[in-house]
Design a protein around this ligand. Structure first.
Ligand SMILES: Nc1ncnc2c1ncn2[C@@H]1O[C@H](COP(=O)(O)OP(=O)(O)O)[C@@H](O)[C@H]1O
Ligand SMILES: [Mg+2]
Length: 227
């Protein structure tokens, strides 16, 4: 993908990111590298000037974000990813807006994955802790029963303990058969669980490999992992 915002300059330069069935793919890189921009491009929120986005072999580059949700993309953006004044349960219901079938089974699955959300289902989502709000955001995205789940910094602003718990839940989601494409600032921890990993720098791919390969790469270690 190559493209930028509106009529502005290109932010992404021949950037390639992908996730295969059964995988967790992780994108790391410095602030401002274009990680969120790349996720937005995959979700159809950016003007992709060249390149393409493919889901299950189908070219979806021309589709709106809404149409991509219908095709099976679940996306949790980095910011404004919940409706703070709505209850937890209303947030989950909003997530299911495209569905016409019975959503209660999926809601129970989300509550089984994040039991604290069941306890707080009638509370305004904005009153929850940072880690709980991220659970609402992930749960909201799961309500469409996505074929692929995209998460932009799901552990931003949470304590190390909550981060470990969120990672465990993300691994659990991936074991249910949903591939996960995730941006993370906690690079070491994220690379540890990554089947596929990318370092983005200035909108371009700088390093690609398995998480273990990038963790062992001296250049990646020196530049991005603090040695
Ligand atoms: N909505 C926007 N409009 C214009 N430029 C933006 C917008 N969002 C981000 N940018 C620019 O795109 C570049 C990459 O930002 P971003 O994708 O948010 O980086 P990262 O997620 O890796 O920290 C930055 O230079 C940023 O200023
Ligand atoms: Mg970002």
């Amino acid at each position: 993908m190559t493209g930028g915002y509106g009529k502005g300059p290109d932010i992404l330069h021949d950037c390639t990111i992908a996730v295969n069935p059964g995988e967790i793919a992780v994108i790391v890189g410095p602030n401002g590298a274009g990680k969120s921009t790349a996720m937005k491009a995959v979700f159809g929120m950016l003007n992709v000037r060249s390149g393409r986005v493919v889901l299950d072999g189908e070219d979806i580059t021309a589709l709106s974000p809404q149409a991509r949700v219908v095709k099976g993309m679940g996306f949790v953006p980095q910011v404004r990813n919940i409706f703070p004044s709505m209850t937890v349960e209303e947030n989950l219901e909003m997530g299911a807006f495209i569905r016409k079938d019975d959503i209660r089974g999926t809601m129970e699955q989300v509550y089984d994955l994040f039991p604290i959300l069941r306890d707080k289902r009638y509370q305004a989502a904005g009153e929850l802790s940072g880690g709980q709000r991220q659970q609402v955001a992930v749960g909201r995205a799961l309500m469409t029963k996505p074929k692929v789940l995209m998460l932009d910094e799901p552990t931003a602003g949470v304590s190390p303990i909550v981060m470990d718990e969120l990672f465990d839940r993300i691994i659990e989601v991936s074991r249910t058969g949903i591939p996960i494409l995730m941006v993370e600032q906690n690079a070491k921890q994220a690379l540890n669980i990554a089947d596929r990993a990318y370092v983005l720098v200035q909108g371009a791919n700088a390093h690609t490999g398995t998480g273990k390969e990038l963790l062992a790469d001296p250049e990646v270690r020196a530049s991005f992992l603090g040695g």
